[in-house]
Design a protein around this ligand. Structure first.
Ligand code: HEM
Length: 527
């Protein structure tokens, strides 16, 4: 093992005892890994018991609370031993976050330790998958698939190609809302205001519809009576994605007994994945069936709609098993991420009259006649600046991920402590973004902080909802585009008011989800 000189001295001195004084001098003031404050559990046996129901102070469903608690108890860097030999270092200081996420050691790729049970599920099925997919794979194997899969998905041009379809489906969706509200006549109030008990299921159906169209060129018709049934394809897909996500944290942490026998969490994940896999295989096979026909059509100059799967199938560097894995990942990651974020945005807008009014003015300028006008790429790029600010402020207060995880590729000094290569580090952006140290009126929803004329200076490593660097979200632009279109169209057509509990809290099911139904009052706008 090649340790840097300072670390070697630290180790030797520690074994010789009397480490404190000597450590500080020999490592130029840098303290050792063992000195990072944080919970280790009784006799150093690990803090996992604190996450158990009833006895524990923490819960995997409330990671934002445990994150805030650790910050208050231990400060901006915390080392938590989950079980012996399995530590997590939590980082709150943007300078340390930058050190980790900006690490560009040549030839080494950013690594994460997550979705380990999904990795096992897929590796056990080599007939279906060639790799475990983007989420759990690391190293060169990850880059080989990522560099190909991002081609049709991440570039501004590919995302722009999806805009007309996104806008069309979102327009249809917004047009459905009024009849949907009117059909619940008992909920109508005198002044033409309608109460919707939970707007989340409709938003999720819209996002499922969008991802299936963009990825597979398939209309699920998620709003039809048939698809609204609990056992329909769309209902089961949404449920399976939610179940898989909710099993990731409990299977990633702790002793990982599912490696030896099937635990209840692993069984739930397996069943949900089996359904998503079956759907992914069917959708990709269907695409493959028509692929040759489409090729002829394209060759004759007759351009049909190009879905992501067509791009992938045309790519000679991708194998069919890679494409099936990605199809399953798109169904897994493509619905709840955007739906929860939109719900958080509506929660904030529904309470902030002035922010909503400013967004409405912007939407009205972009869509003078919302039934006829379309949202074009140039407009979205240059005229939707307030809508972008609303989204960014939503991400500051309610990111769907508490932070970003990495396995350190090399030794680092973080918060004045030596942290060795191989350590699992998770940034705590959600907690830091709510601190007065970093944001004025940190608890307030103020999109103006992100508008050019009134912008406040802030570290670029605090609001990182999509992660950072080459490993960041592969669908960032696509997700942002869909959410901007929906917010613009929705606020153009309706005045909304939050009718749920304040403050809304979150539950961490891998991603943060609202802790309550999205209860909103809708008032259709007359013009
Ligand atoms: C509000 C929307 C979304 C947010 C906030 C979000 C956030 C994230 C974050 C934080 C990561 C980890 C980044 C890192 O480690 O640096 C990630 C990765 C990923 N996301 Fe998203 N995401 C969103 C939407 C989507 C959508 C719509 C899809 C698919 C259609 C998607 C697919 C993925 C995939 C496949 C990865 C793994 C990338 C890799 O490891 O190479 N995400 N996302």
């Amino acid at each position: 093992m090649n340790l840097p000189r300072g670390q070697l001295i630290t180790k030797l001195l520690r074994s010789a005892g009397g480490q404190k004084y000597l450590l500080s001098t020999e490592t130029g003031g840098t303290k050792g890994f063992d000195e990072i404050p944080g919970p280790r559990g009784p006799l150093g046996l690990g803090n996992l018991y604190q996450y158990l129901p009833v006895v524990g102070r923490y819960s995997f469903d409330e990671l934002h609370r445990s994150g805030a608690d650790k910050y208050a108890r231990y400060g901006p860097i915390v080392r938590e031993t989950m079980v012996p030999g399995q530590d997590v270092v939590w980082l709150y200081d943007p300078a340390d976050i930058a050190t980790v996420l900006d690490d560009r050691t040549p030839g080494i790729y950013p690594s994460r330790r997550s979705h380990t049970a999904l990795e096992k599920y897929r590796k056990d099925r080599p007939n279906v998958y060639r790799t475990a997919g983007l989420l759990p794979t690391n190293g060169i194997e990850w880059w080989k698939i990522r560099s190909e899969l991002q081609k049709g998905l991440s570039s501004p041009q590919s995302v722009r190609n999806f805009l007309p379809a996104t806008d069309k489906i979102t327009k249809e969706f917004v047009a459905r809302i009024k009849p949907m509200l009117e059909s619940q006549t008992s909920k109508t109030q005198d002044d033409g205001v309608f109460l919707m008990e939970d707007f989340m299921p409709p938003i999720s159906r819209l996002n499922l519809e969008l991802i299936c169209l963009l990825a597979f060129d398939v209309r699920l018709d998620s709003f039809s009576e048939e698809q609204m049934q609990p056992h329909s394809l769309s209902s089961r897909l949404m449920e399976s994605a939610e179940t898989t996500n909710s099993c990731i944290l409990p299977t990633d942490q702790g002793f990982q007994l599912w490696r030896y026998f099937e635990t209840p969490a692993y069984r739930r994940l397996r069943k949900a994945q089996q359904f998503m896999e079956k759907t992914a295989v069917e959708l990709v096979s269907e695409k493959l069936l028509y692929f040759n026909e489409d090729q002829q059509r394209l060759a004759s100059g007759e351009h049909g709609s190009k879905s992501l799967m067509e791009e992938y199938l045309r790519n000679p560097n991708l194998e069919l098993n890679d494409i099936i894995g990605m199809a399953a990942d798109l169904l897994l990651a493509g619905v709840h991420t955007t739906s929860y974020t939109t719900a958080f945005a509506l929660y904030h807008l529904g309470q902030n009259v002035s922010a909503q009014e400013r967004l409405y003015q912007e939407a009205k300028a972009i869509l003078p006649d919302p039934r006829r006008d379309r949202i074009g790429a140039a407009t979205l790029g240059s005229e939707a600046s307030y809508c972008r600010a609303v989204l960014k402020e939503t991400f500051r207060l309610n990111p769907i991920s508490i932070g970003v995880g990495r396995i350190l590729n090399r030794d680092h000094v973080l918060g004045g402590y030596q942290v060795p290569r191989g350590t699992v580090v998770v940034t705590q952006n959600m907690i830091s973004c709510r601190q007065e140290t970093y944001f004025r009126d940190a608890a307030q929803f103020i999109p103006e902080r992100w508008v050019r004329e009134t912008r406040e200076p802030v570290s670029p490593h605090l609001v990182l909802p999509f992660g950072h660097g080459m490993r960041s979200c592969i669908a960032r632009r696509l997700a942002e585009q869909s959410m901007l279109v929906l917010l613009l169209r929705l606020i153009r057509s309706f005045e909304i008011e939050w009718a749920g509990t304040v403050p809304m809290d979150v539950k961490t099911k891998l991603i943060n989800q609202p802790d309550q139904p999205i209860r909103l009052r809708f008032k259709p706008r007359s013009q």
